[in-house]
Design a protein around this ligand. Structure first.
Ligand code: NI
Length: 188
């Protein structure tokens, strides 16, 4: 089932999400719905807060990046209760987009390498090191669990310039071809 994606400005995107237990009701269905929603909206990652669930879960399929970034090939994973336990001092600037902020993208500076500890969809624990585009997508999705979106990481001056654009997104004044929940939509 395709789920509506919550737009920028919704309080769920500012909340720190909660860890889940293996008996979380309907978890496998939820994971499958999140992949379906992500593919439908042509995203490479989707975090549970973006479908209005404040839990520590995100899905990634970075395969569409494989032409430019070979490490993205077959990078499809489910991350439950993740924790980034290490990151490099070295950074990398990359232009990010987000399904909750349609029709915009901005350059964001992030650590180029990370180590992440997480549970997969079967609650098996992993600790893995990533760099390149995989580290980038993971950090973007991880931010959603921490109540952050990528525009929170652009320079304050730049964010100020994006103010109108961001207000338009939260009010639903934006062209988008997937279903969304706009927190500040006015009745007309
Ligand atoms: Ni996002």
């Amino acid at each position: 089932m395709i789920l509506p994606v919550v737009a920028y400005g919704h309080p769920v995107l500012k909340r720190v999400a909660e860890e889940i237990e293996p008996n979380y009701p309907g978890l496998q269905q939820l994971i499958s719905d999140m992949f379906e929603t992500m593919y439908h909206s042509e995203g490479v990652g989707l975090a549970a807060p973006q479908i209005n669930k404040s839990i520590r879960l995100f899905v990634i399929d970075a395969d569409p990046f494989q032409e430019t970034y070979p490490e993205a090939k077959g990078f499809k994973k489910v991350f439950i209760n993740p924790e980034i336990v290490e990151h490099s001092e070295e950074t990398w600037t990359f232009r990010e987009g987000c399904l909750s902020l349609p029709d915009m993208n901005e350059e964001v500076v992030r650590p180029s390498k990370i180590t992440i500890n997480y549970l997969d969809e079967n609650f098996v624990e992993h600790e893995e090191e990533y760099d390149g585009i995989c580290a980038r997508v993971i950090q973007h999705e991880y931010d959603h669990l921490e109540g952050k979106v990528y525009v929170d990481r652009v320079a304050p001056m730049r964010k100020m310039m994006l103010k109108n654009k961001l207000r338009n997104i939260s009010e639903g004044n934006v062209l988008v071809d997937y279903k969304m929940i706009f927190p500040a939509k006015k009745r007309r």
